[in-house]
Design a protein around this ligand. Sequence first.
Ligand code: PLP
Length: 390
Amino acid sequence: MLKLNPNISAIEEETAFTVLDRANALKAKGFPVINLGIGQPDFTPPKHILAAAEKAVRDGPHGYSSPQGLAVLRDAVAATTAKRFKVQVSGDEIVIVPGGKVTFYFACQMFGGPGAEILYPDPGFPPYRDAARSSGAKPVPYPIREEKDFGFDAEEVLSLMTPATRLIIVNSPANPTGGVVARSEMTKLAEGLLKHPDVAVLSDEIYSHFVYEGADFVSFLDFPELRDRTIILDGWSKTFAMTGWRLGFGIWPKHLVDYVKKLITVDHSCTSVATQMAGLAAITGPMDEIEGFRVSFRKRRDLVVKGLNGIKGVTCRLPGGAFYAFPNIAGTGWTSRDLSRELLEKVHVALLLGESFGANGASFLRLSYAASEADIREALRRMKAFLEGN
Ligand code: PLP
């Protein structure tokens, strides 16, 4: 009898990918599926990125890079980050990895393990919980509150810390809610963390280029007193519409970089070098197309939120960032599990059930509005007709 490591058998499926498979299966049978499930931009990466990738595939470099990533790319990431947030960052604090997820996975490996507790947002990105679990640590959810525009109450978060807490994961702008944590709460959390010197912070800032007017995004780089235990997660997937390229970076405290390099050499040696060259073109090239992505996301956000609030029993806050809306469906009488299933099977709108993002997401749905305006309008029309019974 095979005996699996219980830390591995405890890992749950990520619903986004299950729904994607089901939506694709229905589509293949000819059903007119509109996919508002998976969280990825519907744009193509800017042409200069594609050209750099082509050149790298043709001309090289073709060998391994340093496990930490190409120095030229790390320096460029450091320079753009330093300029963007007006802080000092050097290339030797940057670690290039194949996708955004790897940085929090490694942080959980580094600070987790039996007996450790890792705090994570609920509702929140499901792999946080499973990365914590797979390390052997106990994942401890902290509430994300609708009434705080999907931010948190710092005092409430701090009250969940115990002597076993080793890591807290923070995500703003957030998946699945689009919430941007208020500056006041982020500052209170940072101040509170001074009393917990054993706790590291993983700040997932992968959506930080998609923040809309009125929201006040705060990077954890803004708290220099915590810098020696803060890990920033970012990458190319969302910003440059490169989810399938698998390219991300972490900004790590220098004293932890050697441990990350060792994890990389055990796990994957280095990130694809051609992809790193494409990433270099992305962050050193013009950003006007990315601003264009942001402007279209904002327009679609307004469209989706207005449409959702026009459906009986549904209410939806205006999210400050990312490309997700998280409507509350308590007034419809449906559970999010049943409603999301029926919407996919009966009217062919793929979206995610709030419950899959944690217990606090139970009466919500997640819609990714990274879809064309025409698709968004049609999806809203189908949802309204289904829920209002006409
Ligand atoms: N962090 C958050 C909050 C996300 O929503 C996602 C992807 O959905 C990731 C990280 C992972 O990004 P990547 O596809 O680059 O691994």
